[in-house]
Design a protein around this ligand. Sequence first.
Ligand SMILES: [Zn+2]
Length: 258
Amino acid sequence: MIEETDSPHTWRPRRFMVIVGHPDDADFGPAGTASAWIDAGSEGWLVCCTSGDAGGEDPEANPLELARAREEEQRRAARIVGYQGVTFLHQPDGNLVNDLSLREMLVREIRTFRPDAVLAGDPEVVINRGGGINHTDHRAAAMAAVDSVYPAARNPMAFPWLQRQGFPAHRVRRLYLMWSNQPDVWIDVSATADRKIEALRAHESQLHDPEAVFARVRARMVEQGAAIGVAAAESYRLVVFEADPTEPEPAAERPQAG
Ligand SMILES: [Zn+2]
């Protein structure tokens, strides 16, 4: 049980990008936040580094067919959340590596959509709190996302051909790291918790006991909500690179009373 520690985090980006390893990560991850932000007027874009071509139990299955099915599932889920679009980088599932080529692809995505905030995994998590290994692709995607946001996307001399090709440097203001073992902000998703479950429902190939999964995801949101005294929340470890000229900084968001 989490003690109530903070008020809901209310800063909202105009544009945000979610960067994850697999189709379904974004829906197990920040779908409640993404839906809430989109409902409030933000524009979101989803980047999946792999298409989940190893996400099954049958060694005889055709990985390309699985990838195609999972991309379709993710596109359906993305429409439910309300993203403007999804990019699949088609890297190999289970073999994702934070290398220069992955970072160049991510920098190109960031410089194309030009988000104020990027949401990704916390690259420092190898063992999840409470046990369990953070999947190697989750770790690679998280580290690549962080490295692409800072410094590569903002440095005109990183991948200089991108600038020449019409992708000028872009400064992301904030990183929201999901699935962190050291969260420091909680976002109220009481109004969009159901939408997160609906988005998860789209990932049919991954759900063997859907209701059990949904119950677990709901319980997690309720537990996070307790931290800020709301029905449901998602938590993040927040990294602020730049003060937003028109929005209060986190320090100014602390509750005035109570
Ligand atoms: Zn995953």
